[in-house]
Design a protein around this ligand. Structure first.
Ligand code: DX5
Ligand code: ZN
Length: 216
């Protein structure tokens, strides 16, 4: 399977959301990456349910919803109703992560777990067989357009090995600072899904940039 490209809506033009969603529909992108920030777990607030529903109304590809919020159990059903296909929670934000993962899957969504740059991949060992995706943060979450953290390559290698030995089906998603200079090395190291916000939306031709990121 070729790697998946998930443009991050966080960097889209919110006054022209339908236009940007349709650009992604027509492009070679595979998923929509949708970042939800609560101003508590991360020092920024992005957007909530009305915007997710508006994206879903026009999107023809799956919504990969990344919750950067405390205590996400409160909102699993609401994100299902808003149109999430993949729902990712932060390991650092869940006291009963195993229960949260089961809750996401019981609602018929794919379950993802995100880890911050300081969190060891070893923390995933006892849930890796239960989840569909690991979102490995390659920047500290909260903002688009930040610099990629190089230690991520080492973490991808360790996670790839864990997935191999446990025979897990989890995809490795890289989120933050992905660009045209590092995407190939990320895929070669073992990444399956690349999120890209700034690289796509600040380029002169976003659809062409998505096609570039898809090239092996
Ligand atoms: C950061 C978000 C990312 C962000 C990535 O907290 O989780 O999804 O949109 O943006 P870029 O690709 O600009 O680093
Ligand atoms: Zn994200």
């Amino acid at each position: 399977m070729s790697h998946i490209i998930a443009p991050s809506i966080l960097s889209a033009d919110f006054a022209n959301i339908q236009r940007d969603v349709e650009m992604i529909n027509k492009s070679e992108a595979d998923w929509f990456h949708v970042d939800i920030m609560d101003g508590m777990f991360v020092p920024n607030i992005s957007f909530g349910f009305p915007v997710v529903k508006a994206i879903k109304k026009h999107a023809t590809k799956p919504l990969d919803v990344h919750l950067m919020i405390n205590d996400p159990d409160r909102y699993l059903q609401a994100f299902k109703d808003a149109g999430a296909d993949v729902l990712t929670v932060h390991l650092e934000a869940c006291t009963h992560l195993h229960r949260t993962i089961q809750g996401i899957k019981a609602l018929g969504m794919k379950a993802g777990v995100a880890i911050n740059p300081h969190t060891s991949v070893n923390m995933l060992l006892d849930v890796i067989e239960d989840i569909d995706l690991v979102c490995m943060m390659s920047v500290n979450p909260g903002f688009g357009g930040q610099k990629f953290i190089e230690n991520t390559y080492r973490k991808i290698g360790a996670l790839r090995e864990m997935i191999r030995t446990t025979k897990s089906n989890a995809l490795i998603e890289i989120d933050g600072g992905v660009d045209l200079n590092n995407y190939k090395k990320l895929v070669d190291t073992g990444a399956n899904v690349l999120v890209a916000g700034n690289t796509v939306f600040s380029s002169a031709d976003p659809a062409k940039t998505i096609a570039e990121l898809k090239k092996i």
